[in-house]
Design a protein around this ligand. Sequence first.
Ligand SMILES: [Zn+2]
Ligand SMILES: [Zn+2]
Length: 269
Amino acid sequence: MLIILSHLGCLILVFTGLGLGAALWALGLYAIRMLATTAIYHRLITHGSYKAPKPVAWVGSLVAASAGQMGPSWWKAHHLQHHRHVDTDADPHTPLAPTGGLRGFWRSQAGWLLSSSFFPESLPADVEADPVLRAIDRLHFVPMVALAALSWQIGGWPWLGAFCLSTTLLYHGVASVNSVAHLAGSQPFATGDASRNNGWVALITLGEGWHNLHHAFQGSVRQGFTLRQGDVQLLPDPTYRFIRLLQWWGWASDLRIPSRRALLARAAS
Ligand SMILES: [Zn+2]
Ligand SMILES: [Zn+2]
């Protein structure tokens, strides 16, 4: 698996060191590929929290696939399975079932990819009906290998090591939504599951750590909401800002935001 290789590839940096150029390359790749995962795979393709022209979904999927996040059909299938069976045995990556504790944490952070949970129950019909998204799904490893080759081409071993570091950190950032954001943080909204709003996870995932809000309002394009002293408060959500930028460019429309009344009505008691 390419993600295991990217973990091993970080060792390159032990020998080469990480210069400024390679560090900036790692950081830039992290930010762009995290946004593709959160804004395109999660909020657009999986939850339809806004509408976008097809090329936005295509390019975004290429970029997300280059992060080792697999293809759009695979990603959506697992994520919907998570929402459908949240925090039960049938949830592919909950840290709480069938066992919690350290073993549950490991399963949720990485172990589930090495088990039968890797194979989704079924593939989403809408993604499968788009020939380009379907092709990206089946050939998901090509963008990742191409980006690794490009990194090596530009800066040799240190840049390849930076690519591996960026990819590994990104993997664990996304996985922390599945693990940490179901274990630690606040629960301002009543969801009946273990999802939490966690500021640290929100920081490294550019807004996806407001996960209790997300489980309460899966179709909301903005996840940065909480409730304080009986009122709605906004939280930083860079992915939402990025989608607003897409909207400004005419590449996103019909952004879905729950009303203040709906947010207050879901307050945890
Ligand atoms: Zn969740
Ligand atoms: Zn979701």
